[in-house]
Design a protein around this ligand. Structure first.
Ligand SMILES: Nc1nc2c(c(=O)[nH]1)N[C@H]1C(S)=C(S)[C@@H](COP(=O)(O)O)O[C@H]1N2
Ligand SMILES: [Mo]
Length: 321
């Protein structure tokens, strides 16, 4: 019966965040009424598209103003159109292979230029205060979506380990385990996937570590149990299924730059005026808005220029692409 309640309102009918929030209340009420332990922001879609570890609501999520007024992309699109090469190539394949990625046990090792290196268990990470932020997300391939993430600011997490003055960058690494991430059995990328941020980018209040979306734990295909979200940069910076965070003095060599440094830079800031060598970045397609209805102009820093432009003052954004 919860399915019926939920599916009465299609994600495509949500016009703004207030409606979406009201709908969430309705779903909560329906779930309680039905005596179900699991809620779910988009009912049937969850059942169709997610693996066995999902449907786990995150308790005590704090609402925030981030993204107020943005219309979140439907859950089924966010979770069925993915880039996660470790779970296969092709947008639909990672969701199909979700069950391979067992996310327990899971630890995150924090090391390098810091006073308090540590290995943190994912259960402790999930005990941190969780908040919700609705962010625009723009892939370098010129598709985009709006995601209601759950998680916490990256900077708040990093401070716990007391980075030293030599910590100029932060390097992130994805799990390497070809059994749980079978795409790693083929040498398509130089595994494990790595990414990096400058320390001031990492400490910026918009930089986020996500544990969930739509109020539930992340599905495997979206980077469970912990992934980076840097909304002003192209999607490939938002590394998934993180097991290691290292403070470094040198700029880390991120995976895509290693493969094609003329096409993918370190900064990867969303910028409509700097085309990819093989395509324009002026516009993008928003998932879930139909084949012809979803085109939008791409904004500098993906619309977050007011917040982040100061990080790049005096830098040539064409050279440092
Ligand atoms: N480990 C890892 N992280 C990754 C990727 C990947 O293949 N492996 N793909 C990146 C790219 S190109 C994008 S666009 C986003 C896609 O995130 P989504 O599938 O949650 O939309 O994840 C990024 N993080
Ligand atoms: Mo991407």
């Amino acid at each position: 019966m919860i399915i019926k309640q939920v599916s009465r309102i299609k994600p495509s009918e949500i016009t703004d965040r207030d409606v979406w929030l009201r709908r969430r209340e309705l779903i909560k009420a329906a779930a309680v009424g039905a005596g179900l332990a699991l809620g779910g922001a988009s009912g049937l879609a969850h059942a169709l598209y997610t693996g066995p570890e999902n449907h786990q609501r995150i308790a005590g999520i704090r609402e925030t103003d981030y993204g107020r007024g943005l219309k979140p992309t439907a859950y089924r699109h966010i979770t069925s159109y993915n880039n996660f090469y470790e779970l296969g190539y092709g947008k639909r394949v990672p969701a199909e292979n979700a069950e391979f990625l067992k996310t327990r046990p899971w630890t995150v090792k924090v090391s390098g230029e810091c006073n308090k290196p540590a290995v943190v268990d994912v259960e402790d990470i999930l005990k941190m205060d969780q908040e919700e932020r609705v962010y625009r997300f723009r892939c370098v391939e010129a598709w985009a979506m709006v995601v209601p993430w759950v998680g916490f600011p990256l900077g708040a997490f990093l401070q716990r380990f007391e980075p030293t003055s030599r910590a100029k960058f932060v390097e992130f690494t994805t799990l390497y385990d070809p059994e749980r991430l079978p795409g790693q059995k083929r040498n398509v990328l130089d595994w494990p996937y790595r990414e990096g941020l400058r320390i001031d980018e990492a400490m910026h209040p918009l930089a986020f570590l996500a544990t969930g979306l739509y109020g539930e734990l992340l599905p495997a295909q979206n980077g469970a149990p912990l992934r980076l979200v840097v909304p002003w940069k192209y999607g490939f910076k938002s590394i998934k299924s993180i097991v290691s965070i290292r403070f470094t003095e040198q700029m880390p060599l991120n995976t895509w730059r290693r493969i094609a440094e003329d096409e993918y830079g370190f900064y990867a800031n969303v910028n409509p005026d700097v085309p990819h060598p093989r395509w324009s970045q002026k516009r993008h397609r928003v998932l879930g808005r139909g084949l012809f209805g979803g085109k939008e102009d791409t904004q500098l820093f993906n619309g977050y220029a007011e917040e982040v432009a100061g990080l790049y003052k005096g830098m040539d954004l064409r050279k440092n692409f």
